[in-house]
Write a protein that binds this ligand. Structure first.
Ligand SMILES: [Mn+2]
Length: 360
């Protein structure tokens, strides 16, 4: 049996939380996430897969027009393979009986508390929806997996971090069960926890918290022997870079430093966030908007995060502004230096000097 395993497509996600710097990139990203579903379908078709495992959170929330959802199911039903649809924590609404009816007679098997097991010609596929999961139930259905046939289990939740709201059980428990492959969903970062227990991760990253490579898992299961591998497929990646300034750079220098920090191919294709650190001339301020505008020609998507601190030569300042509040503040600080004191001093000096320069 050839299979493809994916999860967490979150098809109708709004991505509002990601607060993109420009509306067009946001809109385009929504489109690309929808497209990733079509690309998964194409991959299943291209590989002549016998089974497609959708391990939960196909949808992000119930606010999707029913007609749109039907189109998704229709596309799945056109596949010449069995589709196994598990219900995650985001698409609990699928538990409504009307969906079960909608999918009846199709090649799409939606798991439920009573229908947790589907037998095909070369495998038995089990699924426990997030809502229905208990360790007791898991152990009960595992008894039915003692079989000569290939056995697969679909689960959606966390199996490594007990703090997660959707923690299921630990990896040792899963390992002790007789399934030949355990297809997991929920954690967006792809990982083979064991050679036969894996998170596929989501096929396209959602935001800057997902900088790793994305894709799906494809494999074969023959006579209970598993051969599975991760296949990268994301269209774009999210990348974080850092640039450190010394306080002497001109605007052009800063633009060039940011360009140098990112490979050309990544500039043209990926979502880039550059954190600018280090010192900046105290009379100046990093003009994030101006930088982004200047860089937008060279980048598909760029956002700048300003973490610079003003560079200030204290002794020179003391001399320039001797016998003033500025020199007084510096002297006070020098009597009792501390990190917090320095921060306050910088804020005060910056405010004072800024006002002064504006007045002249
Ligand atoms: Mn989830």
């Amino acid at each position: 049996m050839k299979f493809l395993h994916t999860a967490d497509l979150h098809l109708n996600i709004t991505l509002k939380h990601a607060s993109f710097q420009n509306a067009k990139a946001h809109e385009n990203r929504i489109y690309e996430l929808q497209q990733s579903f079509h690309r998964i379908i194409d991959a299943a078709e291209g590989q002549n897969a016998d089974a497609l495992f959708l391990a939960g959170d196909l949808f992000d929330d119930p606010y999707m027009p029913l007609q749109e959802m039907e189109k998704i199911f229709h596309k799945l039903s056109e596949l010449d393979c069995e589709v196994f649809l598990l219900i995650g924590n985001h698409d609990v609404f699928l538990q409504n009986a009307s969906y079960q009816n909608l999918l009846k007679g199709k090649n799409i098997h939606l798991f439920s508390q009573n229908e947790y097991k589907v037998e095909t010609k070369d495998a038995i596929v089990f699924g426990l929806n997030t809502r229905d999961f208990t360790e007791e139930r898991l152990k009960k259905i595992a008894q039915e997996a003692e079989s000569e046939k290939n056995t697969v289990l679909l689960l959606h939740g966390d199996v490594t971090n007990k703090q997660d709201d959707h923690y299921l059980t630990d990896i040792k428990t899963l390992e002790s069960l007789p399934f030949d492959y355990i297809a997991l969903g929920h954690i967006h970062k792809h990982a083979f926890l064991r050679s036969h227990i894996a998170y596929s991760g989501n096929p396209e990253p959602l935001d800057f918290s997902e900088t790793e490579e994305k894709g799906y898992i494809e494999g074969t299961l023959e006579n209970k022997r598993l051969d599975a591998r991760f296949v990268p497929m994301q269209k774009r990646r999210f990348r974080l870079r850092e640039v450190t300034l010394s306080g002497t750079e001109t605007f052009v220098d800063i633009v060039e430093a940011i360009k140098r920090a990112v490979k050309e191919e990544e500039r043209r294709n990926d979502f880039i966030r550059v954190v600018v650190k280090g010192e900046i001339d105290h009379t100046d301020e990093l003009d994030v908007k101006k930088l982004q505008d200047q860089l937008s020609e060279d980048f598909y998507y760029i956002e700048i995060k300003d973490e610079t601190v003003p560079s200030i030569d204290l002794s020179a300042l003391k001399e320039t502004y001797s016998d003033s509040i500025v020199s007084h503040l510096i002297e006070q600080y020098e009597k009792n230096p501390s990190e917090k004191g320095y921060e306050s001093l910088m804020l005060a000096i910056r405010a004072l000097l800024w006002t002064k320069e504006r007045e002249t």
